[in-house]
Every structure is written in structure tokens, then in C-alpha cells.
Design a protein. Sequence first.
Length: 297
Amino acid sequence: MEIKGTTQVYGLIGSPVAHSISPLIHNMLAEKMGLDMTYACFPVAGEDVRAAVSGALALGIRGLNVTVPHKQSVRSLLGSVDPLADAVGAVNTLVRTGDGFTGYNTDVEGFAREAAACGIRLRDASVIVIGGGGAARGVCFSLAREGSGRIVVANRTQEKARRIAEAVNAWKGKELVIPAGIDILSDRKKRQNLAGSGYLAVQATSVGLYPDTEVSPVDDPDFFAQASAGIDIIYNPEETRFMKYLSQAGRPAHNGLLMLLYQGIASFELWTGREVSGATAAQVYAAMQQEMAGRRK
Ligand code: ATR
């Protein structure tokens, strides 16, 4: 695409950002949809986030994605924060509104759209989420927003699962999320008491992430046999150990690449006011898969 005097600039701030796949997503969406915009990565260290946000405003930047380590700290620098992003406590998208930025969280939307694209119904579903970090928190808010019936969040450090449950339940106004230790995953009785069977299993820890790909937070075959389907939010490797266990149990298994695509699409739609078609999304997804395959070589 041609960069002209009129080209609107968007980008990503964080550290590190050099290997981000977001430029591929947004520049391809812009090209396919014929929009005069470009998207670049800006490495911004922790202490520089304030200067980066005011610099972006001064430069007329229309929108930014925000990643580690700024997803929490950026909140105090914004004109306003969307209520959902505020409840999640993490902002990954800034949209220029007047003389400031409004903060959103499109990771929540990304997870819901991935599930929909995979034919997984979240409404009334029983779900076990493994993890207690920012990723697990986003998934739990997404599930609560989509009307899941029962959510068990199991984490090695149970205190962090408890904090997620507290935040989601306060937002939802009911005791929807039940915190648990990671031991419930391989204890059939405890697990069934909390989640029943036929649950959706969501892997939201960093366990199994490249290069340490041969590990899973749970190895018990019964955990996978009792699940109806699973999503691992990791997308490198393409098939994690957790996903292999699901497949061995005959259950559908999905990685997190669609979530990454859809959080990007949700940001893009907030910025441009344009809706991305299914056909365009599929083209971008194919390019992302190709890019990831190239990186694995
Ligand atoms: P993110 O923001 O991506 O969620 P994070 O906040 O660093 O990242 O969270 C990493 C998650 O992986 C946590 O749930 C962590 O468990 P603890 O909260 O107990 O630390 C989980 N995790 C990392 N290594 C693990 C391991 N070996 N076994 C079980 N869980 C692990």
C-alpha cells in the first residue's frame, strides 16, 4: 500500500513488539477494505508509556493497540475507559475520541468470536478455565458476558483464581465463577462436583508455549475424556500438548490464533466503524497461518 500525506497512522505500543503479528492483521485488513491507513509497531518501555500516549495524541494517531507491560498502567492516561475494560482491569485498544483516547478490551471479544467461529456455544455452557493471569481473567469475563452457566477457574496459585472469581462475580452480580486449585483437574470427583461433565476446557496458562512444548497443565486422560471440546489460547506451537490430549480423547481442539485474529478485527472495527466480512477474516487468517508456519521452520 502507498503511504500518502493523508494516511492515518495506527500502531502497537509495548515491549517487546518486534515479533507481533498485528501489523500483518491490520495492514491486510486496510488493504482488502481499501482504507487509507497504516499500522506500525512502537517499542515502548514501561516508564515511557505516558510520553508515548501524549506523543501519539500530539501526532494525531487515531488508534493504538496496547500490550505487555502497559495493559494496566495505560488506564490512568486515558480520557475514558469502556466499562467492560474497566471491570477486566486491562486495556488493549485505544480509540481517539476528541482530544483524548478511550480504552477498550477486545481480547474479551476475541475469545467469544473464536468460540463462535469454532461452533462452540458459550451460552449456558459449563466451562473449566485453567490459569490465573491476565489471559485467564479475560477469558472468564468473556464467558460471563456470553452467558456461560458455570465457570470453574483452576490455577496453581489458588489465590489468583479467587481474585478473578471475585472480580467477575462482582461485575456479573452473582456467584458465577468458582475458584479452585489445579488439583481438581486430575481429581474426577472434585471436578465433577464443580463442573459436571461435558465442559468446555480452556487452557489459559503459559504451560506448553514454545519452546517448552511437551508439557500440559493437566495430563489425566479422564479430564479430556469428560470434556466436550477445548481451546488452548496458545498459538505457538500450532498444536499444543493440551490439544493433542484432547484429540486423543476424540474431542475438538482449537488453538488461540483465531482469538488473536478476532481481537484484531474487533479493534479494527472500533477504529474504522467498518465491519469486517467473514470472507476477509478468512483471508487474513490464512495469511496468519502462513506467517506462523514460516516462523516455525
Ligand atoms: P498471562 O497474562 O498471559 O495470563 P501470567 O499472568 O504470567 O500471563 O500468567 C501465567 C499463568 O500460567 C498463571 O496462571 C500461572 O500460574 P501461577 O498463577 O500459579 O503462577 C500459570 N503457570 C505458569 N507456569 C505454570 C506451571 N508450571 N504449572 C501450572 N501453571 C503455570
